[in-house]
Structure formats: structure tokens, C-alpha cells
Design a protein around this ligand. Structure first.
Ligand code: HEM
Ligand code: HEM
Length: 183
């Protein structure tokens, strides 16, 4: 049997931190868009769409990396409720990283607008134009963004709880590669 690893694979860690920055930026860019009707709105939206679609592509790569590389086990003495909470919140984060860009893309399609990434790259529409579907997806994109924000705050609190209070190996498993004998 293989020895359990202590850290996520380097590519998994790189993707985790790159995407953490991108997703948090997207939540603020989205909130900035919703709060602005000046020409800044257009500028922010032109940033929001390509970054969002990049997140969609990266999460697919990340899921492949996740399935094909070994992951460190959670501490053996972690209470079962916390193990469940960790697993469920990670599934939720992956689901939101997939769903948010897809809903954004579908929402612009349902509005009947061209899905432009920059001035010349146009993505195909993935839904037929329909005002009710657009209104539903617009609300879904907003409420799931709130859920995303809350989940990330909880995730951050949990990571710091592991790093600073429990002082176990969980935070280190995503931070470093080769400390304490590697793995
Ligand atoms: C992880 C990916 C994404 C996140 C976290 C995100 C987040 C947000 C947030 C927080 C808002 C403001 C919601 C509100 O208060 O109404 C928003 C609005 C919006 N998003 Fe996204 N979004 C993502 C991906 C996308 C993608 C890929 C597209 C399109 C290709 C998109 C299109 C839009 C549009 C059209 C709006 C409404 C803009 C407006 O008119 O105010 N989003 N997004
Ligand atoms: C804000 C600072 C963040 C810190 C300190 C942090 C820390 C961590 C740590 C320590 C782990 C390993 C947990 C374990 O082994 O069970 C982890 C896993 C994970 N993080 Fe974060 N994270 C942060 C932000 C984010 C953000 C913004 C997202 C998503 C958008 C995210 C998504 C994930 C996912 C999906 C996993 C599960 C990895 C897997 O098992 O495949 N993280 N994070």
C-alpha cells in the first residue's frame, strides 16, 4: 500500500491559490458591477466575463488533477461532524465554481445578447432567449454569489482554526510542499 501523502500535489496547490484569488476578485467585481451604473459598469463586466470563463476552464483541469493525484487524509482524530462539514463544503465550493460561470453564460444567452469575451471572441449561446429564464438565472447568479461568499468565509475560518487553534497539518497541506519530510 502507498504511504499517505502530507500535502496536495504542487499543481493542485497552485490551482487552489490561483483560483482563490480569481474567485474572490470575481465576487468583488460582480458586487462593483451591481453597485454601478456609470461607464465603470461596462469596464467591470468586460473583465468579469473572461475571468469567469477562465475559472470554468480551470475548475475542469482542477477536478482532473484532484481525481488523478493523491490527497492528504484529514487528521485521524478529527470529530466526524467536522469531517462531514469539510467534505460537504469542498463539494459545495467545487459545485459553485462550476455553476456560477455556467449560469452567467446561460443568463446572457437567455437575455438574447451575444456572449462576448473581449471585442472579437464570441461564445455560442447556450440557451434560447426567454425573459422568464433570464430573470430566474439573474436571481440565481446573485443568491449563489451570496452563498459562495459565505462558504468561502466559513472555509477560511476553518482553515485558520486548523492552522492556529488545532495546530494540525491541514493548513500546511495546502501551503507547503516539502516540509517535515515531504510527501
Ligand atoms: C466564479 C464565477 C463568477 C462569480 C463569482 C460571479 C459573481 C457575480 C456577482 C457577485 C455578481 C453581482 C450580483 C448582483 O448583486 O446582482 C455578478 C453579476 C453578473 N455576472 Fe457574474 N460571476 C461569475 C461568472 C460569470 C460569468 C462567466 C459571466 C458571463 C459570461 C457572468 C455574468 C454576469 C452578469 C451579466 C452579471 C450582471 C451584471 C449587471 O448587469 O449588473 N458572471 N456575478
Ligand atoms: C481565503 C483563503 C483560503 C485558505 C486559507 C484556504 C485553505 C485551504 C486548505 C488548508 C485546504 C485543505 C483542506 C483539507 O485538506 O481538507 C483547502 C482546500 C480547498 N479549498 Fe481553500 N482556502 C482558501 C480559499 C479558497 C477559495 C476562495 C476557494 C474556492 C473558491 C477554495 C476552495 C477549496 C477547495 C475546493 C478545497 C478542497 C480541496 C480538495 O480536497 O480537493 N479555497 N483550502
Amino acid at each position: 500500500m502507498n504511504k499517505p501523502v502530507k500535502h496536495f500535489a504542487p499543481l493542485a496547490r497552485a490551482l487552489h491559490w490561483l483560483m482563490a484569488v480569481m474567485v474572490i476578485a470575481m465576487l468583488f467585481i460582480g458586487a462593483g458591477m451591481a453597485a454601478s451604473i456609470s461607464e465603470r459598469h461596462e469596464w467591470l463586466l468586460n473583465l468579469h466575463k473572461p475571468v469567469g470563463v477562465t475559472i470554468l476552464l480551470l475548475v475542469v483541469v482542477r477536478l482532473i488533477v484532484r481525481i488523478t493525484t493523491p490527497t492528504p487524509p484529514l487528521p485521524a482524530d478529527l470529530p466526524v461532524v467536522q469531517v462531514l462539514a469539510a467534505k460537504l463544503s469542498h463539494y459545495l465550493l467545487y459545485a459553485l465554481m462550476l455553476a456560477m460561470p455556467l449560469i452567467g453564460w446561460a443568463m446572457i444567452s437567455a437575455a438574447g445578447d451575444p456572449v462576448m469575451l473581449g471585442s472579437s471572441l464570441r461564445l455560442p449561446s447556450i440557451l434560447a432567449p426567454d425573459a422568464h429564464t433570464f430573470a430566474f438565472l439573474r436571481q440565481a447568479h446573485r443568491y449563489l454569489a451570496y452563498l459562495f461568499f459565505l462558504t468561502i468565509l466559513t472555509h477560511l475560518a476553518a482553515a485558520l482554526f486548523h492552522g492556529w487553534i488545532r495546530r494540525d497539518e491541514v493548513l500546511d497541506s495546502m501551503l507547503r510542499g516539502k516540509s517535515r519530510g515531504g510527501g
